[in-house]
Ligand binder design. Structure first.
Ligand SMILES: [Zn+2]
Length: 224
């Protein structure tokens, strides 16, 4: 589909923010142009949508682009490390980041009628919960909070923050509106703001009609 643009490494320096329907879109979400989740759930959506099966683009396919995006999103920002300097932990972190992306996609699929997560899908999330050390804190307003380590040195710290965001979204009900596109070739994460909560496609014009036409052709073939 044409509406998604690949994240540009150069945008990090520019700290691009765009305005979409009155909502300021952070630079790390610039690859999503429609059906955006509210903050902070938007970061979970933007993370899952770093892979665009439809366009065949993947922000995590190249180490430099992945490092820039993760830093921009605040998910991994090792202190004192200059761009271009050796980053010994990055290969392992990038592997975990890619695995967790598919686990999060499986979590979203499960809430929209998909299968329970497999052991292989849960494993990267267990790695995150083992490696990260969120802190329990009490605010001046007497609120008890669990916070991920900030700034996130390793990607596990940043991903633990994503899991805490999901926990909050599950508590307030917004998690159920984060869905995967019903086109199996797409599986783009989108936020369903419809009153009926029955949105099924990232874009009706592309995936919705494509699937409907495919099903129609299949039914005609069966009938003839
Ligand atoms: Zn789609």
């Amino acid at each position: 589909m044409t509406c998604k643009s690949i994240y540009q490494v150069t945008r990090k320096e520019e700290a691009v923010t765009a305005t979409l329907n009155g909502m300021t879109v952070p630079s790390w979400a610039s690859h999503i142009e429609d059906k955006l989740a509210p903050m902070p759930l938007l970061l979970v959506q933007a993370y899952v949508d770093t892979l665009d099966r439809d366009l065949g683009t993947d922000i995590f396919a190249h180490a430099d682009e992945a490092r820039a995006w993760l830093a921009d999103a605040g998910l991994r920002n090792p202190d004192g490390l200059d761009p271009g300097q050796p980053d010994p932990d990055f290969a392992a972190d990038l592997r975990l980041a890619r695995e967790v992306r598919e686990s999060l996609r499986a979590m979203i699929a499960h809430t929209t009628g998909g299968k329970p997560l497999t052991g292989a899908e849960l494993l990267p999330l267990e790695q995150v919960t083992e490696q990260a050390q969120p802190r329990l804190e009490v605010t001046a307003a007497g609120q008890v909070r669990l916070r991920a380590t900030a700034p996130a040195q390793r990607v596990a710290d940043g991903l633990a923050g994503l899991l805490l965001t999901i926990r909050d979204a599950q508590a307030d009900g917004s998690w159920a509106r984060l869905k995967l596109c019903g086109n199996p070739d797409c599986r783009w994460a989108f936020y369903d703001r419809s009153h009926s909560r029955r949105g099924a496609w990232c874009e009706m014009a592309s995936c919705g009609n494509r699937l409907k036409n495919r099903n129609l052709r299949a039914r005609r073939a069966q009938a003839s």
